[in-house]
Design a protein around this ligand. Structure first.
Ligand SMILES: CC(C)(COP(=O)(O)OP(=O)(O)OC[C@H]1O[C@@H](n2cnc3c(N)ncnc32)[C@H](O)[C@@H]1OP(=O)(O)O)[C@@H](O)C(=O)NCCC(=O)NCCS
Length: 182
C-alpha cells in the first residue's frame, strides 16, 4: 500500500474486477479526452490470470486509488515502454470525486513510488491538448511540458493532438508526500 495524506494506492486485485469493469466501460469515468475502449469482465479476468493476455493489466500495472476509508475513487497505472524502460502513467478519478486534489495526490504518490523503487531517470504522461484538468494535475505534480504530438490519439472519431509531459529524477529530488510501502 502506498499511503498519502488523503488517498492510498494499492495494486488492483481480482476483488476489484467489478469496480474496474464498471469504471473502464463508463464513458463519464473515462472522460471526453481519452480513446474509448470497452472490456468484458472475462477479458479483464484473463489479464489477471495471465498478464500477457491484456495490456491493461500486464506491462501496465494498475493501482486502485482509494480514500482513507477504503472507498475506491479511481485508477492509476504505469506502463513500461520496452526496451527503453521509460515509464508512462495514466489515471482517472470518478466524476463525483474530481476537483478535490485526489488526482494530483495520486500522481505524486505514483511518482514517489516509481523513483524510489526503480533506477529510472524520467516518468512521462501524455494528455489530450484540450484536457486542461489532466495537464494541471501533471504540472502540480512537477511535470513539465515537452511538446505536442500531432494527431497522436484517436478520440471519439477524431485524430487529436497530445501534449507530452515528463518529470526527471533531478526535478523530483525527494518524495513530496509521505510514501510508505508495505
Ligand atoms: C484529470 C483528472 C484525473 C483530474 O483529477 P482531479 O482529482 O479532479 O484533479 P485535482 O483535483 O487534483 O486537480 C485538478 C486541477 O485541474 C483544474 N481543472 C479542472 N478542470 C479544469 C479546466 N477545465 N480547465 C483548467 N483547469 C481545470 C482544477 O482547478 C485543479 O487545479 P487547481 O488545484 O490548480 O485549482 C480527472 O479530471 C479525470 O479523471 N478525468 C477523466 C480521465 C482523464 O482525463 N484522465 C487523464 C488522461 S491523460
Amino acid at each position: 500500500m502506498l499511503e498519502g495524506k488523503n488517498v492510498n494506492l494499492r495494486v488492483a486485485e481480482k476483488d476489484d474486477i467489478d469496480f474496474l469493469v464498471e469504471s473502464i466501460n463508463d464513458l463519464n469515468f473515462e472522460g471526453e479526452y481519452v480513446p474509448i475502449e470497452q472490456y468484458s469482465k472475462s477479458e479483464l479476468m484473463k489479464g489477471f490470470d495471465n498478464p500477457s493476455n491484456l495490456q491493461i493489466l500486464c506491462e501496465t500495472k494498475t493501482f486502485i486509488i482509494q480514500k482513507k476509508d477504503g472507498t475506491r475513487i479511481g485508477i492509476i497505472w504505469h506502463i513500461a515502454n520496452q526496451p527503453s524502460g521509460i515509464l508512462d502513467i495514466g489515471y482517472n478519478i470518478a466524476p463525483s470525486e474530481r476537483g478535490r486534489g485526489y488526482g494530483t495526490e495520486a500522481v505524486q504518490l505514483m511518482v514517489d513510488y516509481l523513483f524510489l523503487s526503480r533506477n529510472i531517470f524520467r516518468i512521462q504522461g501524455a494528455t489530450n491538448v484540450r484536457n486542461k484538468a489532466s495537464q494541471r494535475v501533471l504540472e502540480k505534480a512537477g511535470f513539465r511540458i515537452e511538446g505536442t504530438s500531432r494527431k497522436s490519439s484517436f478520440v471519439r472519431g477524431v485524430w487529436t493532438d497530445s501534449n507530452l509531459y515528463s518529470i526527471l529524477r533531478d526535478e523530483w529530488k525527494e518524495p513530496k508526500i509521505l510514501t510508505r510501502t508495505t
